[in-house]
Design a protein around this ligand. Structure first.
Ligand SMILES: Cc1cc2nc3c(=O)[nH]c(=O)nc-3n(C[C@H](O)[C@H](O)[C@H](O)COP(=O)(O)OP(=O)(O)OC[C@H]3O[C@@H](n4cnc5c(N)ncnc54)[C@H](O)[C@@H]3O)c2cc1C
Length: 409
């Protein structure tokens, strides 16, 4: 098989990718085969979704979006892309509180790794989940409602518990966002006024190069004009990686629907396979300044491989394997050149610099942090392993990534 992930950095080794067009057909495949995993929109950067047996893509399943306006929730088929869900919600007068940088990511895959956007009071995409339905190893449907004690363990699922068919998310009345970019914000301001900086708008992203004296800040505001007491408001549209901004959502204070401003990139634009490798570390807010100082020391070795670096904040949640579990978080993301050997060496240096700062690697991106260190950063890891044993006793949904990084004790 020659099918690859979005970035082209990984070729799936599974025997085949099935594309069933009914939930019953998915159930039959799951019940019949010894090893199987679900494949989302392929935005993870390594072998996380892979299986030694079969892969099931949900892309041919009918899309469904069911609103419950009384309880302010939406139940969506698991393979739906966030951008498609967002358009439907907005049309009906509703919205989500959070979006990732890109709207092209599937709901089940995104929540499965704790995918997040930014905002001091904005939780991850997973934190919006109030229920889900999955297919268990016998092909039976199992629904976890909001009050199910397993739900907090099952949302950031890493594909380990079954094939999700539906996800229920919180929604709120639709709203507008205006986006402002501020150039030349001194590092000194970031280091001394971080709380003021990250609370200057509903969603704030800091783009850093680590070897420069200033950063660029993106402010996404729900309450009109937003700015900073330092730096220079941008007069032209910006791109997170400094490239042509044509595919970026509108900036310069032009208000627009939430789903066309919270992501940096437009839904209408279909990104080609990206020549890049991503890595990200999620740290307690309290360690943010120490982490920035350590990374600035590494500026000269980061810069040559760096395409973009984005610093975001995420509100604490209660999801066992979430990068923001039980702590308000600062997430430091790196888009790096597609040079695996050099990137692996660099990540080792970055992780060394962040040692002791409880830097949880993003599950869907590259890292070299050893499994034992990762387990030590997740207080509910033993509970998650027990949940996996209970839901999938024969390891039908297990794979090399899970054994290497999560389940191997
Ligand atoms: C360009 C780009 C931008 C990104 N932006 C962000 C960002 O802003 N914030 C952030 O936090 N991350 C971001 N990511 C990372 C990305 O959101 C995660 O890797 C996410 O998990 C990818 O979801 P996917 O649907 O593509 O899943 P895949 O990579 O296909 O799979 C991810 C996991 O989900 C499982 N899975 C998928 N569907 C199902 C299902 N139906 N049932 C059970 N398991 C399932 C798979 O088995 C696998 O374990 C980005 C990645 C890229 C390439």
């Amino acid at each position: 098989m020659t099918e690859q992930n979005w970035a082209g950095s990984y070729t799936y080794r599974a025997r085949s990718i099935h594309r069933p067009d009914t939930v019953d057909a998915v159930r039959r495949i799951v019940a019949q085969v010894p090893k199987v995993r679900a494949l989302g929109s392929r935005h993870s950067f390594h072998d996380l979704p892979d299986s030694t047996g079969e892969l099931i893509s949900l892309e041919a399943l009918p899309r469904s979006v069911r609103l419950d306006t009384e309880n302010r929730t939406v139940t969506v088929s698991a393979g739906t892309l966030y951008g498609d869900l967002a358009t439907e919600l907005h049309r009906a007068g509703w919205a989500l509180g959070a979006m990732a940088s890109l709207p092209h990511i599937a709901v089940a895959g995104a929540i499965g790794t704790g995918t997040h956007g930014s905002g001091d009071r904005v939780g991850s995409l997973a934190a919006e989940v109030t229920g889900l339905t999955l297919i268990d190893p016998d092909g039976e449907l199992r629904t976890l409602a909001a009050d199910d004690p397993d739900l907090p363990g099952a949302v950031v699922h890493l594909g380990a518990l079954g094939v999700l068919t539906e996800v229920t998310l919180r929604m709120e009345p639709t709203y507008e966002v205006a986006q402002y970019v501020v150039d030349d914000v001194p590092w000194e301001y970031v280091l001394t006024e971080l709380d003021a900086l990250t609370s200057a708008a509903y969603s704030v992203s800091i783009f850093a190069r680590w070897n420069a004296p200033t950063v660029q800040v993106w402010l996404k505001s729900r309450d009109g004009e937003a700015g900073l007491p330092v730096g220079t408001p941008a007069r032209h549209k910006a791109h997170p990686g400094g490239r042509d901004p044509v595919n970026c959502t509108d900036q310069l204070g032009e208000p627009g629907a939430w789903y066309d401003r919270l992501p940096h990139f437009r839904m209408g634009f279909t990104p080609s396979s990206g020549r890049e490798i991503q890595a990200e570390y999620l740290l307690p807010r309290t360690h943010a300044v120490a982490a920035f100082e350590a990374l600035r020391e590494l500026g000269p070795i980061i810069a040559p491989l760096l395409q973009a670096c984005e610093i975001r904040t995420v509100a604490a949640d209660e999801l066992w394997l979430s990068g923001s579990y039980a702590r308000d978080t600062v997430a430091i993301h790196f888009t790096l050149a597609p040079e695996p050997v050099k990137v692996t060496a660099l990540l080792g240096r970055i992780e060394e610099a962040l040692a002791g700062l409880e830097a949880r690697p993003h599950w869907g991106k590259w890292f070299t942090t050893p499994a034992a260190a990762i387990a030590g950063m997740y207080p509910r890891m033993a509970d998650f392993r027990a949940l996996v044993r209970r839901y999938d006793p024969a390891g039908k949904f297990s794979n090399a990534f899970l054994q290497r990084v999560v389940l191997g004790e």
